[in-house]
Design a protein around this ligand. Structure first.
Ligand code: ATP
Length: 244
């Protein structure tokens, strides 16, 4: 399996706080990798370094063999790294299709082409009947789908997804999980941050766990969640001792 992303010893310090410390991991082409860790573990910081929103203090990030360090978010997106945000904020006053077109303009200057691609994506997301409504009028779950659509329109090979089911009902979460699987089936490699364990377990081929900015586990979801280090990070030392 070829490596699409190689993260090599990246670190980030904010003042006195070491948010990410010498983090290394690989992501294989076609894989869904879950990024886990308790609040404040450094997941978003790691994401932001890969997407170019934050500069790394140390280390390198290779995408398809090419270093992303020092590149602007826009250029990283053009290379094929898309991202979704935890808080999806559609452009109000634009329709659902027009919102997705914004993503498509990363790849094309033709309005007709952007519209055609956006319509296909809106259809894929199951939002065709809402294509012409103001994006501000969408429900929370449909906004999440739109967020995914905007990212897909940039034609990513790697998609960084931040908490796709936050605030969703179990049924809506199930819908999002199915959509993410379909995105992978279209050939997109995925790195996903998610707090809902059931979602991560159901989606990820492999998971990595961060705690205080350090990688503490890397493996198949079922093995990783039972590792004492991981339980300690999530539930504390006492919980682990009470189980052993
Ligand atoms: N711009 C910043 N300036 C200062 N400290 C920051 C900044 N961004 C993040 N931090 C701190 O860095 C640490 C890691 O934060 P980060 O948001 O990466 O964690 P996280 O794992 O994504 O957490 P959560 O699950 O709560 O979103 C936290 O202690 C946070 O307060």
């Amino acid at each position: 399996m070829s490596k699409l992303l190689e993260v090599k010893g990246i670190s980030k310090r904010f003042g006195g706080l070491q948010a990410v410390s010498e983090l290394s991991f690989d992501l294989n082409e076609g894989e869904i990798l879950g990024l886990l860790g308790p609040n404040g573990a450094g997941k978003t910081t790691a994401f932001n370094m890969i997407a170019g929103a934050l500069r790394t203090d140390t280390g390198d990030i290779l995408f398809d063999g090419q270093s992303l360090v020092g590149k602007a978010p826009w250029d990283i997106c053009k290379l094929g790294v898309g991202r979704t945000y935890q808080l999806s904020k559609p452009f109000g006053g634009l329709t659902v299709v027009e919102n997705v077109m914004v993503g498509a303009f990363v790849r094309t200057r033709s309005e007709a082409e952007a519209r055609r691609e956006a319509e296909q994506i809106v259809d894929f997301l199951g939002l065709s009947d809402k294509a012409g409504i103001d994006a501000d009028d969408l429900t929370a779950v449909d906004r999440r789908k739109l967020e995914l659509g905007r990212a897909l329109a940039t034609k990513p090979r790697l998609l960084l997804m931040d908490e796709v089911v936050a605030g969703a009902t179990p049924q809506e979460a199930g819908e999002m999980v199915e959509l993410v699987k379909l995105v992978r089936d279209r050939g997109v490699t995925i790195l996903i941050v998610e707090h809902v364990m059931k979602v991560i377990m159901g989606l990820s081929d492999r998971v990595i766990v961060l705690d205080y900015g350090k990688l503490i586990a890397n493996g198949v979801p079922r093995d990783v969640v039972n590792q004492p280090e991981v339980m300690k990070a999530y539930f504390g030392e006492r919980y682990v001792q009470s189980r052993t």
